[in-house]
Ligand binder design. Structure first.
Ligand SMILES: [Zn+2]
Ligand SMILES: [Zn+2]
Length: 335
């Protein structure tokens, strides 16, 4: 039985002929996903080793210093930018906030100084060629350059980093979100992207603001919409009501109503603030009223309602013109 083809490009999910920067980027991305510290999948360690082997395979022949830094540039290549999402609540966007955000990144493992392996006292069979010194790749049978064709190695994966040469580090930073920024707007955090190589500057972290799910409120442009259950009797009678606002109750006086259909109140300028949290440019608070009839009436409640109903029915032509004309037509049609 021959070994399956070892295809390092396929393992790293990149095109054959990808440049060193692409290889490294793919490796970092997959290493982050499959690092046994982060991934509880029982196959994570094996997958991780294959990713590491593919990475070593593709980079072990490459010249130590790669394309990105020009000779006149004393610093190494800059780190990659990163793009992530920062979830915020509606109230946090309206008021502005300082929000903790965990920056996770790979940095050099201190135990093996990034080598991913440590020297053993005894040799061991090569993981890639299993001792044959040759590997079947998509290009054909090749000399295994992980063990230089010897079939054995004298290095073992570093236990600390699982052979990746990289340790996961977490750092919590405080992100200032200015009042009045909308979901989808992007914050730029310089220096919090991937670390640069050989003294190069780290990349930038781009954080896209995302609105956390809200059971009550939704945002359309700078208008805030809210569904508000309200007593149908209150709608009819009018008077002072407390409505749900994103930062607390909004008190207003309702005029006496004339119907039970769902209505909409638009409170001008009481929606999402303008840029910088200003009233200037603020949207509206749009309240969608959902009238409710009372349930669980007591005997005395019913008596009171019957009294009211009898009074209104006495002046049917005024209070229920539709019902009144129906009766008139009906009675007129009888012989
Ligand atoms: Zn290590
Ligand atoms: Zn080998």
């Amino acid at each position: 039985m021959s070994d399956p083809v070892f295809d390092p490009h396929a393992i790293l999910e990149i095109e054959a002929g990808a440049d060193a920067a692409t290889i490294r980027r793919a490796f970092r991305r997959l290493a982050m996903r499959w690092h046994p510290d982060r991934n509880a999948d029982p196959g994570a360690t094996e997958t991780f080793k294959r990713i590491r082997a593919a990475f070593e395979w593709l980079t072990s022949d490459a010249p130590a210093d790669d394309v990105e830094a020009s000779p006149s540039d004393p610093a190494g290549p800059s780190g990659m930018d990163r793009h992530e999402t920062l979830e915020v609540t509606l109230a946090e966007l309206i008021m502005g906030c300082d929000k903790p955000f965990v920056v996770r990144r790979l940095s050099e493992c201190e135990a093996c100084e990034g080598a991913g392996s440590v020297r053993m006292r005894h040799t061991r069979m090569c993981d890639i060629c299993h001792g044959s010194g040759k590997v079947r790749t998509p290009a054909g049978l090749e000399r295994c350059h992980l063990c230089a064709g010897r079939g054995f190695v004298q290095h073992a994966s570093c236990e600390h980093c699982g052979g990746s040469g990289e340790a996961l580090s977490e750092r919590t930073v405080t992100v200032h979100v200015e009042a009045g920024l909308l979901p989808g707007e992007v914050l730029r955090l310089k220096g919090l992207g991937e670390p640069g190589g050989e003294g190069g500057l780290p990349g930038t972290l781009f954080l896209t603001l995302a609105l956390a799910d809200d059971p009550l409120f939704s945002l359309e442009g700078r208008d805030i919409h809210v569904r508000q259950p309200i007593s149908a009797l209150r709608l009819l009678a009018g008077g002072r009501v407390s409505l749900a606002g994103p930062l607390g109750p909004v008190v207003m006086d309702l005029p006496p109503g004339d119907g039970l259909g769902p209505g909409t109140l638009r409170l001008s300028g009481q929606g999402f603030p303008g840029r910088g949290g200003t009233i200037d440019g603020a949207g509206d608070l749009v309240v969608h009223l959902e009238p409710l009839l009372p349930s669980a009436l007591s005997a005395s409640d019913r008596e009171a309602l019957q009294g009211l109903e009898a009074r209104l029915d006495g002046a049917r032509d005024r209070h229920y013109p539709g019902l009144d004309s129906w009766w008139r037509t009906y009675l007129a049609s009888r012989p």
